[in-house]
Design a protein around this ligand. Sequence first.
Ligand code: 26V
Length: 817
Amino acid sequence: MKAKAKPAKPSAPHRQSISQHLRYSLGTPEKHATLPSLYEATALAVRDHLIDKMMETEARYEKKKAKRVYYLSLEFLMGRSLGNNLYNLGLFEDFAQSLTDMGADIDEVRAQEHDAALGNGGLGRLAACFLDSMATLGLAGYGYGINYEFGLFKQEIDNGYQKEKPDNWLGDGTPWQITRPQEQCIIPVYGRIVHAKDRDGNYNPMWMDWKTLIGVPHDMPVAGYGGNTVNTLRLYAAKSSDDFDMDIFNTGDYLRAVEQKMTSETVSKVLYPSDAMESGRELRLVQEYFFVACAIRDIVNRHLKNYKTFNTFADRVAIQLNDTHPALAVAELMRLLVDEHALSWDRAWTITRATFAYTNHTLLPEALEKWPVGLMEYVLPRHMQIIFEINHRFLDEVKAKWPGDTGRLAAMSIIEESHPRQVRMAHLAIIGSHSVNGVAALHSELVKTELLPDFYALYPKRFNNKTNGVTPRRWLYKANPDLTSLITRHIGDSWVTQMDRIADLAPLSRDAAFQDEFAAVKRANKEVLAQTIWDTCRLTVSPDSLFTIHAKRIHEYKRQLLCLLHIIHQYLEIAEGGKTPEVPRTYIFAGKAAPGYEAAKRIIKLINSVAETVNSDERVGDALKVAFIPDYRVSLAEKIIPAADLSVQISTAGKEASGTGNMKFAMNGALTIGTLDGANIEIMEEVGEENIFIFGLTAGEVQAIRASHNYRPWEIAETNPAIKRVLDALGTGRFSPDAPGRFIPVCESLLSKYDPYLHLADLSAYITAQEQVEACYATPDIWMEKAILNVARMGKFSSDRTIMEYAKDIWNATPQV
Ligand code: 26V
């Protein structure tokens, strides 16, 4: 029997939808469509699918009485959405075809999209990966945050220096959001407390004369892979209330009243671009409170609508605090329960504690949030009272456990008795939560033993670890389509949602044909990056050289300087020692420095200065190239990471809580050169010591050196001629002929016994490890075997695994599929 011809698939199934959005949403006939309008219309066509699925998802959650999980975060580093949504909805091919039929190329259309850069780095991107995993797993997870009008600044490089430019990503709005003005909420702020009594004579403080902010929700659909679940990220924009300050209007000062209105709209204007705490920044405190107050109202309203009682609140609601930035939520929920819903303090406290959980993301003292008591009293007088009450009751608990131990009392109090007195947000978060977690095994141990030993002694069961992960959908499937199809051709595609299945690749690691294909994919990705380097830096680099990539925020603890010192060493070996390295190398840096962080900005200037010297030295030729690619962001990371041979993860041991870039690189077949810090340790455990280049001091050794006060970096320089030569070059203006003294401060910090990052202590081991890297790279089949094994052994680092651990151990939530 003859097989019947299959009915032809309707070509371009989405063309009509795109065309209609061009016409009716944008007022453009198809024949006049430009790339930006095509992007907009395509996004709107995709959004229609998302909205249908979002409504289905919400109905399913209601029907199943799903436990809701709320992820509160001041940052969500979402990047671009079009490609990701198309892949997750399974519509990529169809839309690509539709656009082809309209005479457009989907990649060009996708490139129109502006990144949603509502975050600084790791912490914000982790939140975005978690949203992807919650939706993919079918967990009823909601993100809550701020709809910043300006995301993280754009970075330009001018004469080697970083220049910041505003990132007006919203412009006239984004197709990925649904604005819901009908669900706006009113948030009181400022004002004073009147100490009143109720009819029964009980103390009944009243918060009076507050001003109001209005929070308008903007919902971003979050599609899980497979398209079954579409969750919501709800971002609030601040709007002024029409009666923001009626008193001023009434006194006839019209212009001052309008000025006040404008001030209130600045609340959601801009993301703070630094992870260093500036505790006097009133606007940042208002931001934190504003969004927390909007979120808690929304969460409580949704619960009461479904259940009408607070009895079931903690059974039906889990709230995760992404660092301490949303920690005011503890006080806000207490205020709502006690002041507005008349629950007793004890009952409200039981509910609050059972609801909240807190994730710590850093041990660095400068990032730990503290707010002056006076500022908090001025902005949030009622919350400050509540925090004092929480503290009072907590200190009673401490006294009962350690009678007479006043030192411990002072150390554990929410209030630091300094000048001025400060509210320690981490203490509030810990006391108000039933779970406190770190983000990698080492980090979680250090949280218990170094950062918060007293709290660990008081509440040992509260502390736990949740090693970070990243979503394989964005960081492998989408970012590296050629590797994806190679993997899938050999082992199927189950790894996309069950990342541990990627282990099936391991037997292919020594297969010569597979190695060739794997190498070809890497080579093609390097060619794409080489083109980007040409486009952005006007520098030619060879895809045959070993691409070594150090891409992350510029921070002294991440030790971009250590990487540079080795590059300078290698440069001097070539230029002065006449040596040729075993393999040609390209060193690629990318990352932003906080605008006020002088030392970090100087590192950027130094990278660019070294690049200029090295790249133009004829003696070096093609042996060594250095590039700094400007404006590191999610969409650039998606291009950089798949092209890496070697991933640089060299923070001072004990300083990097986890790192997540380390996971993304390894997942894409880069080997890691790294210290025993953060998740590097767990990556080593997974891939095997022979498949990673580990060097340097351990966290324990770093601590011992610090404790001994015996760090003598100048002795290292004096006894090691190679290191001395590097520092001399730096200090004598070799890389700054126009200003020979420019980098003397760098030398001084490296040679100081106070260098907290112990650069010189690790330099010699780092140079040796780099020599091992080169020897290995010179033997391609061995290198490829290791690279393939790295990919195959990354199963643990899917954020799906991380999220399932949060769901089981902390949230008591189950997937609703
Ligand atoms: C702190 C502050 C302080 C107030 C001003 C604004 C601001 C913004 C961010 C931060 C948090 C810094 C902590 C952080 O980003 N930690 C990173 O979290 C990643 C995800 O867990 C982890 O992989 C990185 O190792 C860790 O540095």
